[in-house]
Design a protein around this ligand. Structure first.
Ligand code: IMP
Length: 181
């Protein structure tokens, strides 16, 4: 449970530390089973996916290798445009490998759909997505997501890697940010 008063700016807890840990365990088991004996590479998208990746990769028994990308999405205000610039590329070659992109949240899906096209053009054997949180109402492009932790209501959420102006990332739970819709 999340004891005590909520941090300033948070109006409600949506998923507790315990609920997140349990769901991570379930996702890890599914991924281990689905990719048994395959050359799997987990690709995390910085910075939001740091917490998910740390917990997911440690909950997996197959000890998969991990690589990272950092991208920046140009947009007007809070809307992402789908125009993406790579700030940090993968360190490794993904030719012939099974890539699982690990995301914190899929909202409009624009950034992710660009990323999937980009990774797909590098000759990977497969490219799939695992996201901890998904906002179905916000989807502007259909992105095939193989693993979803939790579907969210239409609110701006923070915690467990998700930020607002770089705050709240290290909260162990996910909560609704008050006054942000
Ligand atoms: P999109 O799917 O291209 O719209 O971009 C998703 C990105 O928007 C995520 O990686 C987050 O950085 C950010 N984002 C969208 N919704 C939220 C939210 O509720 N809380 C925190 N960040 C969010």
């Amino acid at each position: 449970m999340t004891a005590g008063p909520l941090p300033e700016g948070i109006s409600e807890v949506l998923f507790t530390r315990e609920q997140i840990a349990q769901r991570i365990g379930e996702l890890a088991k599914s991924i281990d089973d689905d990719y048994a004996d395959q050359d799997l590479l987990l690709v995390g998208v910085l910075k939001g996916a740091v917490m998910v990746m740390a917990d997911l990769s440690r909950a997996m028994v197959s000890d998969p290798p991990v690589d990272w990308m950092a991208v920046s999405s140009y947009g007007t205000g809070t809307r992402s445009s789908g125009v993406v610039r790579i700030l940090k590329d993968l360190d490794c070659d993904i030719t012939g490998r099974h890539v699982l992109v690990v995301e914190d949240i899929v909202d409009s899906g624009l950034t992710l759909s660009w990323l999937l096209r980009n990774l797909g053009s590098r000759g990977a054997a497969s490219v799939e997505v695992c996201t901890m949180f998904r906002k179905p109402g916000g989807a502007r492009v259909q992105v095939p997501v193989k693993y979803v932790g939790f579907d969210l209501p239409p609110a701006f959420v923070v915690g467990y890697g998700l930020d607002h102006a770089e705050r709240y990332r290290s909260l162990p739970f996910v909560g609704v940010l008050a006054d942000k819709g």
